[in-house]
Design a protein around this ligand. Structure first.
Ligand SMILES: O=C(O)CCC(=O)C(=O)O
Ligand SMILES: [Fe+2]
Length: 325
């Protein structure tokens, strides 16, 4: 921890099996300052060790004027036949996903390109035939807030690996996928697994929850750690794309949700490159010989849906691992 700089990271928790907590204060986010550089380093270390960290904001900065969870409740409370109008089996990442026999507790919605009001409207217009401006504005506003965090984290990662000059072009070619998950409480004899262990396909995922806990992440030794969200915080996770981009340094976060005795809603904002993710040649050295080629990010998502049995490492290696080594 710095002596002259504002607090960046909770160093006690980093030593134990608790997920690192990193302070995204106004001071720590001032580009180019020594606190900013310390924060970038803390972010990189957290992602290399856990694939995950908790970002805590200044209370005043994060004061959220929009109640996105109320808007989501309005959708999830609609009759099932109305929600089903948003099922699009042909679209990978858009629409409504109802409870499945293996995962009866979860229903979810996904909206690709949710920074654009049109994308949110085409979802909302099916659920509410005369439209629902409030819902659309709320989802867009929430996406804008979380996408700022997502961009900041990407910038920090590029910076801390010494390839900051590539970050703007990467970020300019990024689109955001919004997902909301609603978990009901399990009934007698039902397992309380809300979402099965997985990694995300994103570059960076930003996760926000209502006041109910349930997210767990797996540490390197296989222990499941419950994630505690302090006030004004979000969880940041590395996705599969970052494994390849970082030439194997960052481990994508393996996570699951165990539902407690209360219903829970969470929001994820996943960043996807709209074209080819360039794997920086600077990230290959004697310790990390070049393992991956540059790759089409949405192609990785399609490859995943065709190869559901592969683990995250197997998937990324099979999709864009160098075949010549
Ligand atoms: O509900 C959560 O906390 C996690 C959701 C999640 O893992 C996902 O949407 O990919
Ligand atoms: Fe996830």
């Amino acid at each position: 921890m710095q002596t002259n700089n504002p607090q960046v990271c909770d160093s006690q928790t980093q030593k134990s099996k608790t997920i690192p907590v990193i302070y995204f204060t106004t001071e720590n986010l001032k580009l180019g300052t020594s606190s900013w550089l310390s924060t970038c380093k803390a972010v990189r270390e957290a992602l290399e060790d856990f694939g995950c960290f908790i970002a805590v904001y200044d209370k005043a900065e994060s004061e959220c004027k929009i109640d996105v969870f109320a808007s989501l409740k309005e959708f999830f409370n609609l009759p099932m036949e109305t929600k089903l109008l948003n099922v699009h089996p042909d679209k990978d990442a858009f629409g409504y996903f109802g409870p499945k026999p293996n995962f009866p507790l979860l229903e979810a919605i996904s909206i690709e390109d949710s920074t654009t009001i049109e994308a949110v409207q085409s979802f909302a217009n099916l659920a509410w035939p005369s439209g629902n401006d409030h819902f659309c504005e709320t989802i867009c506003a929430c996406t804008r807030q979380l996408s700022e965090v997502n961009r900041m984290v990407s910038k920090m990662i590029f910076e801390s690996y010494g390839v900051g000059r590539y970050s703007d072009s990467h970020i300019e070619s990024t689109s955001y996928l919004f997902r909301a998950n609603a978990y009901r409480v399990s009934q007698e004899k039902e397992p309380n697994l809300g979402i099965s262990p997985h990694t995300d396909t994103s570059f960076v995922s930003v996760l926000k929850q209502d006041s109910v806990q349930g997210l767990q992440i797996q540490s390197k030794d296989g222990t499941w750690i419950p994630v505690d969200f302090p006030p004004s915080s979000v969880a940041i996770m590395a996705g599969d794309a970052m494994l390849a981009w970082s030439n194997g340094r960052v481990r994508p976060c393996f996570h699951r949700v165990m539902v407690t005795e209360k219903a829970r809603t969470s929001i994820g904002l996943f960043s996807f490159h709209t074209g080819i993710v360039q794997v920086p040649k600077e990230l290959a050295d004697d310790n990390y010989p070049s393992q991956f080629t540059s790759f089409d990010h949405w192609g990785l998502l399609k490859f995943r849906s065709k190869n559901p049995a592969l683990s995250s490492n197997e998937r990324v290696k099979a999709y864009c691992g160098r075949k010549d080594i």
